[in-house]
Ligand binder design. Structure first.
Ligand code: PBG
Length: 333
């Protein structure tokens, strides 16, 4: 009688896992420092690096220290830094005018970085929340509903002021409708045809943004939630519609946010559109990994690299991550 299964399988998949050399030879995805965009929190003052309690290892920096961080990023091979201002509460108003003040923190930091490290790309965030007394990303009517089109007008002013300061990449994180078309049109008509737009196209109403709102001081006044403009976590088809829409309006790159809980959206985006696709490993994702590592429950470096590799495997071209400098240092050996 012949055996039902052959004694020696022709395919032993374990064969290629035996040594580091074999594993390296057949590895499908790799991680390098140029996969990262580093989000950095900016505050007033001089010589200041102030820890963010809910994000172990992350600090708010004064502009001079942001410039130091930019030099470090460039030396590590990180291509871009993304600025998030911690705005003095006294500057927050109903009309959010600080958002397009040429001398606001974000614009001052952009100019300082572009002066000191011109080859490092600066990405800036477009949304009204750091400047809004309500803590929301847009204007609200008396019923607490977003006023979309008036908000878009304000976002266009903010976009232009960032482009004039030297921002290379505009990152609209506000989730208003038709903002990309308005921003692209305004950039073109002011001669900023080389400024790129990385649209936060599929941004979910997520509890993982908690530590960020502390870091930029947006939690104080903030009431309610952002479900009226950010996406419902139950949706996936809607993300594809948003991405198609933002691309048709002139976005160069798209982002999915948060990251780890939405890797299925990253994969779908890459498969369906084949465009430069980014994910944001947000503050809460950082906090859960860095916080557990701080307690000795997880191996910091290993979970960091494993979580970042997941984005590459899911089809992302890059990832915004607070781990950027630590991961780049490790990868550079
Ligand atoms: C706000 C904005 C948020 C983040 C980036 N831009 C927070 C929010 O939408 O409430 C979150 C980033 C993070 O959690 O790391 N426009």
């Amino acid at each position: 009688m012949k055996p039902i299964t052959p004694a020696f399988p022709a395919t032993r998949l374990r064969r290629l896992r035996r040594t580091e050399g074999l594993r390296a030879m057949v590895r499908e995805n790799t991680l390098t420092p140029d996969d990262f965009i580093w989000p950095v929190f900016v505050r007033d003052g001089d010589g200041i690096e102030e820890p963010v309690a809910s994000m172990p290892g992350v600090v708010r920096r004064s502009v001079d220290k942001v410039v130091e961080a930019a030099r470090e990023a460039h030396a590590l091979g990180i291509p871009a830094i993304c600025l998030f201002p911690y705005t003095n509460p006294a500057l927050k108003t109903e009309d959010c005018a600080e958002a397009w003040n040429p001398e606001n923190l974000s614009n001052r930091a952009t100019r300082a970085i572009k002066d000191a490290v011109p080859d490092l790309m600066v990405m800036t965030d477009v949304a009204l929340d750091p400047y809004n007394i309500t803590g929301h990303d847009g204007y609200m009517d008396e019923h607490g509903h977003i006023v979309n089109d008036q908000t878009v007008e304000a976002l266009v002013k903010q976009t232009l002021s960032q482009a004039r300061a030297g921002s290379d990449i505009i990152g609209p994180s506000d989730m208003m409708d038709s903002r990309i078309a308005a921003m692209r049109g305004a950039l073109e008509s002011e001669g900023f045809s080389n400024v790129a737009i990385l649209s936060y196209a599929a941004k979910y109403a997520s509890a993982f943004y908690g530590p960020f709102r502390d870091a930029v001081g947006a939690s104080g006044a903030f009431k309610g939630d952002k479900k009226g403009y950010q996406m419902d976590p139950g949706n996936s088809d809607e993300a594809m519609r948003l991405i198609a829409r933002d691309l048709s309006e002139g976005a160069d790159m798209v982002m999915i946010k948060p990251g780890m809980p939405y890797l299925d959206i990253c994969r779908r985006t890459k498969d369906m559109f084949g465009v430069p696709t980014f994910a944001y490993q947000v503050s809460g994702e950082y906090a859960m990994l860095a916080g557990a590592a701080e307690r000795g429950w997880l191996d910091h470096d290993r979970v960091m690299l494993e979580s970042l590799m997941a984005f590459k495997r899911a089809g992302c071209d890059g990832v915004l991550t607070y781990f950027a400098p630590a991961a780049a240092r490790l990868l550079n050996g």
